[in-house]
Ligand binder design. Structure first.
Ligand code: 6PG
Length: 471
């Protein structure tokens, strides 16, 4: 009569996950720090598989061993606090999971700490928002490989299914699951920013109203851009406002919030030395959007060019679609190259094909496009960069002209397109025979004797710059 698993933390995500587990026949014990939340949950969402507990002692006492517990609480200090209270009640072999958006270095630290007590700690990335948690998220579990045998069946059962396969796979040891979730969110930021830029282009240069914009994004749902984010965008654009006339989107303040996972991705990329400029651009775009007062002042003081209307509407829409697709390929190429590097650096042995495959459903970045990425890594698990795969190479070849065209039109009209602009800069630096770094090395050697390498000779050199050649 013992319980299979416990969920600690019953706000939206925890509650939804507990109900999802109970729907799949698991006996779930639930607990929340404030009693009222637990009471409200079992009252509003009664389920025969769910049993509330009001102390951690009772909760841990009710679980079958090895105990399986998942924390669904706010990342940061609250996780350490719960671990502090819970660890003395756990025994060797028990499995403690953190299903929140914790920073992967915190997960690594906590894993090490709990390992000393024989507790198997798991950092579990979970994507899909409330709907996903309730009916099938994408799940990225990272921790002790042996323990996966215990928790894998439950996590797979409650996960989304893509072509019948669970969107859950063992990711790797210690912080690997949370790292992959972090990069998922970084890609999510870039994807959202790219869609916002396509919206700006269509609205201001294309001159389309919200109904038409909604139709355009809706049409894109039947092609290569088909994705959860494009789908909700089409719906959002036609959503009427409750308070006044027109669509709600026009009344929403032009300032985007963030909780930090995109920024972490950008910071980690700089530490690792991997270019994810589009994710960084997406973070900066949100940061800039928040400077409302300064932006208002700049709007009054700093003049730019007038918007030049698009030519033939249908070909402009096509160009934006193709340009968006090219930029999307580049964003995913950046994100997956960061994962590849992390795998090496942390010795996680990440299987990028499997990771792409669990992004096919359940998560925020789910898209048909993920089938192509999955196939590319299945074909070549060591693929260095997505752009080297024939499918994506061709995708870039076919669509980069449109990306260049819409970025040019946007810049001429004074529209901010940071993610699309960085997409092109990344592509051109990557494929460019010359990036100007010879001059940078010369400057470094000139002012600081930092030396340089030569194209025609081995070894490192220093030059006495400015000293005339002896005759
Ligand atoms: C998910 C999401 C989710 C994230 C939100 C908001 O995969 O379900 O990534 O974990 O919290 O998308 O993130 P920001 O507040 O940083 O935009």
């Amino acid at each position: 009569d013992k319980y299979d698993i416990a969920v600690i933390g019953l706000s939206v995500m925890g509650r939804s996950l507990a109900l999802n587990m109970a729907d799949h026949g698991y006996r779930v014990a639930v607990y929340n720090r404030s009693k009222e939340v637990t009471e409200a949950m079992v009252k509003e969402y009664p389920h025969e598989g769910i049993q509330p507990y009001y102390s951690l002692e009772e909760l841990t006492g009710a679980l079958r061993r090895p105990r399986k517990i998942i924390m669904m609480i706010k990342a940061g200090a609250p996780v350490d606090a719960v671990i502090g209270n819970l660890a003395p009640l756990l025994e060797e072999g028990d499995i403690l999971m953190d299903g929140g958006n914790s920073f992967f270095e915190d997960t690594r630290r906590r894993s090490k700490l709990l390992e000393q007590q024989g507790i198997r700690y798991y950092g579990v990335g979970i994507s899909g928002g409330e709907e996903g948690a309730r009916f099938g998220p994408s799940i990225m579990p990272g921790g002790d490989a042996d323990a996966y045998g215990e928790i894998g069946p439950i996590l797979r059962d409650i996960s989304a299914k893509a072509e019948g396969e669970p969107c859950c796979t063992y990711i790797g040891p210690d912080g690997a699951g949370h790292y992959v979730k972090m990069v998922h969110n970084g890609i999510e930021y870039a994807d959202m920013q790219l869609i916002a830029e396509a919206y700006l282009l269509l609205k201001y240069i294309g001159g389309f109203d919200n109904q038409r914009l909604s139709e355009i994004f809706g049409e894109w749902q039947s092609g290569e851009l088909k994705s959860y984010l494009i789908g909700i965008t089409a719906d959002i654009l036609k959503e009427p406002d409750d308070c006044t006339t027109g669509e709600l989107v026009d009344y929403i303040l032009d300032s985007a919030a963030q909780k930090g996972t995109g920024r972490w991705t950008s910071i980690e990329s700089l530490k690792q030395g991997i270019d994810v400029s589009m994710i960084t651009a997406a973070c900066n775009a949100r940061v800039m959007s928040n400077r409302l007062q300064e932006r208002e002042k700049a709007f009054r003081l700093l003049k730019g060019p007038d918007v030049t209307a698009a030519g033939e509407p249908l070909s402009f829409i096509r160009m934006v679609r193709e340009g968006l697709y090219a930029a999307k390929i580049l964003a995913y190429a950046q994100g997956f190259s960061l994962l590849k590097d992390a795998s090496k650096q942390y010795e996680w042995n990440l299987e990028l094909g499997k990771i792409a495959s669990i992004f096919r459903a359940g998560c925020i970045i789910q898209a048909v496009f993920l089938n192509d990425i999955t196939a590319a890594f299945q074909e070549n698990p060591n693929l260095e960069n997505l752009l080297f795969h024939e499918f994506f190479r061709q995708g870039i070849e076919k669509n980069q002209g449109s990306l260049r065209e819409i970025v040019t039109q946007g810049i001429k009209s004074g529209l901010p397109l940071p993610a699309m602009t960085n997409a092109l800069a990344y592509l051109d630096a990557f494929r460019g025979a010359h990036v100007g770094a010879n001059l940078i090395q010369a400057q470094r050697d000139c002012f600081g004797a930092h030396t340089y390498l030569r194209t025609d000779q081995e070894g490192s050199f220093h030059h006495d710059w400015g000293k005339k050649k002896e005759d």
